[in-house]
Design a protein around this ligand. Structure first.
Ligand SMILES: [Mg+2]
Ligand SMILES: [Zn+2]
Length: 176
């Protein structure tokens, strides 16, 4: 298959790439979800440029600090890189829900930051995540969204659903 023009894929972190440990502050808790590397490899080979867009309200809630969050992210990026997957940008919201910031998903800030950092448009971007705040982010910036879920009834009809990143990659390759 010929490689397409580079396109942006905005990836949620917890529950999408790695197992959601709830307020993860220790790199030792990073474990890939089944299909994560395979799916990301499929997308990479098709021209995807990856950015992580992650709400880390544990910072705003005082459960861990920014340095700990950055350590977890750096570790995850190294784990991905060991499998040939490079992340172009990590956009992180450190705020608590009642901070009324402009970056906590589904607010558009993290996607705008990733688009700016990579120089790629949001019109051809995809957002993949396990919460409706992720598909909501897609809606907020005019991107397409895929909800990672085991529940076929979990998603509104206007979004795609996939069990894992392999399925998500298959959708993106099929949709173009
Ligand atoms: Mg998540
Ligand atoms: Zn924020």
């Amino acid at each position: 298959m010929p490689m397409r023009e580079p396109f942006l894929v905005l990836l949620d972190r917890d529950g999408t790439i790695n197992i959601d440990r709830k307020y993860l502050a220790d790199p030792a808790g990073l474990d890939f979800l089944p299909g994560a590397i395979e799916g990301l490899t499929m997308l990479r080979d098709a021209g995807a440029v990856f950015a992580i867009v992650t709400n880390q309200s544990g910072i705003g809630r005082g459960m861990f600090d920014r340095e700990q969050a950055d350590t977890v992210n750096d570790h995850l990026l190294a784990m991905l890189s060991a499998h040939g997957i490079e992340i172009a940008h990590v956009a992180l919201c450190p705020h608590a829900p009642d901070d009324a910031c402009t970056c906590r998903k589904p607010a558009p800030g993290l996607a705008l930051e990733a688009a700016e950092a990579t120089g790629l448009p949001l019109e051809t971007a995809w957002v993949i995540g396990d919460k409706t705040s992720d598909t909501g982010l897609a809606d907020a910036v005019g991107a397409r969204g895929i909800l990672i879920t085991d529940d076929p009834l979990a998603s509104p009809a206007e979004h795609f659903t996939a069990a894992d990143l392999v399925e998500a990659a298959g959708i993106i390759l099929a949709e173009g």
